[in-house]
Design a binder for this molecule. Structure first.
Ligand code: SD4
Length: 304
């Protein structure tokens, strides 16, 4: 049974349209690409794609990934500038035997060779914010509030399963800084036999727990997507607390071949969009409310 989920309220419109594609017999890959492109193209979302917030030097540098769970192949790119839709680049790279994870100039050259649209990803608003805040960069950079990386997982009626991610990373990050989103096993993982998972939040912390692989591995051993998300995240949080660190800002989502979904978070509330034969809507979990629930109209209005 087809199903698609995407992180944060910002993915809701794209997930709704992508669910329609899946209902009409479209592939999981097309659905994931469609849902992510919708967020990348929207300049109101300052953590992804066009209008993303720049690094310390004023460059909008994006990271992205696409993984096909049937072939276990992935494509990903990091520190990429001026590629209009990074997810399309990741998808084009997926399927190669070698050279499927590219960085910087090489990734941009590949995008041009694939004939992908190139575009200045800076907007007046993103540059205004950079101008205003670049003189006072906080010592400890934090994840965005209420929105972050767009991660989309989908399974279609033919059993194909795909994971995709796209982000412009931390605002005011050091040039060359890369988070979890293009790193296989950390920001995303997908094996069509067992399930798919992806993460959003502070990449430096997510990578320390290789969270997405861990979640898929728990599903391989029989856990439901919800239990796998909770177990993997609470293990990392507990480990960080043991090390006298806070639990950090991390949220994860998962999907299994039966179309069951799950999520877990260290935040008060983590909303995500879900679309399937029953319709599309916004669900949420919270650190103290781990069971999946529908987001109320009131909460919906408060989400960026
Ligand atoms: C990263 N998880 O680069 C991504 C997105 C982000 O605050 O900006 N997090 O770490």
């Amino acid at each position: 049974m087809y199903q698609i989920i995407g992180t944060w309220k910002m993915s809701l419109d794209g997930v709704r349209e992508a669910a329609e594609l899946l209902r009409a017999g479209g592939s999981a890959g097309d659905a994931v690409e469609h849902a992510i492109v919708r967020v990348e193209d929207n300049p109101d979302y300052s953590s992804v794609g066009y209008g993303g917030l720049p690094d310390k030097d004023g460059h909008v540098m994006t990271d992205c990934a696409f993984m096909d769970g049937c072939s276990l192949r992935a494509g990903a790119a990091m520190s990429v500038e001026n590629v209009a839709n990074p997810i399309r680049l990741a998808r084009k790279l997926c399927g190669r035997d070698t050279n499927w994870l590219l960085a910087g100039r090489g990734a941009e050259q590949a995008a041009v060779a694939f004939g992908l649209q190139m575009k200045d990803m800076r907007t007046e608003a993103s540059m205004r914010k950079w101008q205003a805040e670049r003189a006072s960069i906080p010592e400890k950079l934090t994840a965005y509030t209420g929105h972050d990386t767009v991660c989309v997982l989908a399974v279609d009626d033919a059993g194909r399963m795909v994971a995709g991610t796209s982000t412009s990373g931390l605002f005011l990050k050091e040039p060359g800084r890369v988070g979890d989103s293009p790193v296989i096993g950390s920001g995303f993982y997908c094996d069509a036999r067992f399930g798919a998972a992806a993460a959003t939040g502070l990449g430096e912390d997510i990578m320390r727990g290789c969270l997405s692989y861990e979640i898929v591995s728990l599903m391989r051993r029989g856990a439901s997507p919800a239990d796998a998300c909770r177990e993997a995240l609470s293990f990392l949080s507990a480990r960080k607390l043991e090390l006298r660190e806070d639990a950090g800002s991390i949220s994860v989502i998962a999907l299994n071949p039966q179309g069951e979904t799950g999520a877990a978070t260290t935040l008060e509330i983590f909303p995500f969009a879900a679309g399937g034969p029953q319709g599309t809507g916004l669900l949420a979990v919270g650190k103290d409310a781990p069971n999946l629930r529908k987001v109320t109209e009131e909460e919906m209005a408060e989400q960026p």
